[in-house]
Design a protein around this ligand. Structure first.
Ligand SMILES: Nc1ncnc2c1ncn2[C@@H]1O[C@H](COP(=O)(O)OP(=O)(O)OP(=O)(O)O)[C@@H](O)[C@H]1O
Length: 314
């Protein structure tokens, strides 16, 4: 096998998967470098889970090819199992086994597994180590499935919806776990629909929509495609004179929805808008300023927000 540093850890080319009438994955190609944290971000049903199942060798693509550390995940199953850790949504684990028993069982599959007590502690399950899987909360089950993905010291890890259903503290703990994986050179493929998580953790992100990669870049690179950098929102106590906001330096777009005004643009927008309103004698209340986010990038690229509740907003 060639030196890992010079060859991608994961290479998928032209992946295609159809379930009856649904095209779940449509010509997806990604090349993920060793030691990278790579995010697959998209709405529910975008094809994220199917894509990682194809990469992990759990499903057969209709077309396309996959290599993980130079191995074919479907042909080289035994070797893949030693180097690839997979945590999928809805893992069906043995309901009657306790946390400690499950970790013990999985440790037996690997030549140099992680220390059981340390692993259980790292996912915050020490107090629950004698609790059976079926009695764990959803968040605890999820943390156990992550521990089991890591137990064999994999060089590549696939994590599907890492922190869905976890409380904020457990979520931060999981993020720290992923960051320490990266620090030790492990390649992480992270599936998520939580943009905050992706923005914080990922070196690069593929935005997936309706089975296709619509953009692939660093989080900052994706946000840079939005067309504006800042958004200022306020409520006007009286109508804003026509053209006033549009004439302010840096303003790109103005939207008015009832008494709420949204201004998008570049530079020190908050300062510029505030000064412009004061000069015109307009009193603004509830003013807030935000940076453009991955969600804005997703909206700009697909016309829909990542958040499934909110359909097209412009
Ligand atoms: N086993 C299956 N049989 C039929 N259709 C499927 C199957 N698995 C997924 N699909 C469909 O394929 C599409 C992609 O699903 P997939 O689970 O890969 O998306 P996802 O982005 O992971 O979504 P989620 O975040 O909801 O898991 C969806 O339309 C889904 O309904």
């Amino acid at each position: 096998m060639p030196a890992l540093s010079s060859s991608p850890a994961i290479e998928a080319e032209g992946l295609h998967k159809r379930y009856r009438s649904t095209i779940a994955v449509d010509d997806v190609s990604v090349s993920i470098g060793a030691g990278e944290i790579f995010g697959l971000l998209g709405r529910n049903g975008a094809g994220k889970t199917t894509t990682v199942e194809l990469i992990a060798g759990l499903r057969r693509p209709d077309r396309g090819a996959v290599r993980v550390l130079g191995l074919d995940p479907r042909r080289d199953r035994a070797r893949i199992r030693q180097v690839l850790g997979v945590q999928l949504q809805d893992s069906h684990l043995h309901a009657a086994l306790t946390v400690a028993e499950m970790v013990g069982l999985y440790r037996s599959f690997y030549p140099a597994p992680l220390d059981a007590a340390e692993l259980i502690e790292s996912v915050g399950l020490t107090e629950s180590r004698r609790v059976r899987f079926e009695k764990l909360s959803g968040g605890q089950q999820q943390r156990l499935s992550i521990a089991l993905a890591l137990v064999g010291r994999p060089r590549v890890v696939i994590l599907d919806e890492l922190t869905t259903g976890l409380d904020p503290q457990a979520r931060r703990q999981m993020w720290a776990t992923v960051e320490s994986l990266r620090d030790s050179g492990v390649t992480v493929l992270l599936v998520s629909h939580a943009m905050e998580e992706v923005e914080r953790l990922c070196d690069r992100v593929a935005l997936l929509d309706a089975g296709r990669v619509v953009a692939l870049d660093t989080p900052a690179g994706l946000v840079g495609r939005v067309g504006f950098a800042q958004r200022v929102t306020f409520r006007a106590t009286e109508p804003v004179p026509g053209g006033l906001l549009e004439s302010i330096d840096g303003v790109e777009q103005v939207r008015v929805d009832g008494d709420t005004v949204v201004v998008e643009g570049h530079g020190d927008l908050l300062q510029a808008v505030s000064v412009g309103l004061v000069r015109a004698g307009v009193v603004a209340v509830g003013t807030r300023s935000e940076q453009a986010t991955l969600d804005d990038a997703f909206l700009a690229l697909t016309g829909r927000r990542l958040d499934n509740e909110e359909e097209t907003t412009r």
